[in-house]
Design a protein around this ligand. Structure first.
Ligand code: NDP
Length: 255
């Protein structure tokens, strides 16, 4: 691996790193040499992810954390510092969706999607900032969506959270560039994970529509996210900040 992509000695936190896209990114970071702390609510999934990362020869640990709770975001950073001594990379990936028509959402449902997908990224970034300052810089990777760009009838709060994540990315990038902290977003296309397995049950014809619309002719796989995670976490991307990169098999390029 080129020197600009080497993450040896770096420490990463991946929220929602115990499965799906988060584990795809955690795997890429681990393969590039980073020590990885995965964070999620489900202890069994956390343990399985740690085992998979350690099997690659990486240093890995898990923290049971609900990123909608501010104190747990702070504790997550402390856990990374306690276990690995520093923090260089934060991937704000934890996310949920509730699919309904806009008139059907309760306020609680709206808040739970916004808190999980958007507020958590703000809180974890805020909590990580002092540790990144101490490390002399850092990399924050936020996970958006095609719904950061497009609308859909059944994704009111999700689309709002994912549009917000792009703007949050730009604000953090502008504020912290002086501190050598780069902040970028990744916008996944349609990826085969637990989240979209449910969507394919809920939304008739979704599977076929995605296939027809995606120039690559397939759904994405979590492993498709290892490369972009490494690039955005490594010194190779030091002059890249505030961007939102689609990783979508061309979905957003096609009318
Ligand atoms: P998964 O459902 O497979 O993964 C979601 C992850 O988030 C799980 O690890 C889950 O762990 C974690 N999580 C959810 N809520 C919380 C919480 N409150 N605190 C801590 N962790 C939490 O979905 P994906 O891998 O598909 O999604 C990952 C990200 O990618 C999300 O932000 C999603 O919006 C985004 N995305 C996904 C797309 C796709 O096609 N799959 C497309 C575009 C964006 P646990 O349950 O253990 O807490």
């Amino acid at each position: 691996m080129g020197k600009g992509f080497d993450l040896s000695g770096r420490v990463a936190i991946v929220t929602g790193g115990n499965g799906g896209i988060g584990l795809g990114m955690a795997t890429g970071l681990a393969q590039a040499g980073a020590a990885v702390l995965v964070a999620g609510r489900n202890a069994a999934k956390n343990a399985a992810a740690v085992k998979a990362l350690q099997a690659l020869g990486a240093q890995a640990a898990a923290a049971e954390a609900d990123v909608t709770v501010q104190a747990q975001c702070g504790a997550l950073i402390e856990t990374a510092l306690g276990k690995f001594g520093r923090l260089d990379i934060l991937v704000n990936n934890a996310g949920i969706n509730i699919r309904k028509q806009p008139q059907e959402y309760t306020l609680e449902e709206w808040k739970s999607v916004l808190d999980t997908n958007l507020t958590s990224a703000f809180l974890c970034s805020q909590a990580a900032y002092p540790a990144m300052l101490k490390a002399g810089g850092g990399k924050i990777i936020n996970i958006g969506s095609m719904l950061s760009i497009f609308g859909a009838a059944f994704t009111g709060p999700y689309g709002a959270s994912k549009g917000g994540i792009v703007q949050l990315t730009k604000s953090l990038a502008c504020a912290w560039a002086k501190d050598n902290i780069q902040v970028n977003a990744v916008l996944p296309g349609w990826i085969d994970t637990e989240l979209t397995r449910q969507a394919r049950k809920d939304v008739p014809g979704l599977h076929e529509r995605v296939l027809a619309r995606t120039p690559a002719g397939r759904w994405g796989d979590p492993a498709d996210f290892g490369g972009v995670a490494v690039f955005l976490a490594a010194s190779a991307s030091d002059f890249l900040t505030g961007t939102a990169i689609p990783v979508d098999g061309g979905y957003s390029s096609q009318v």
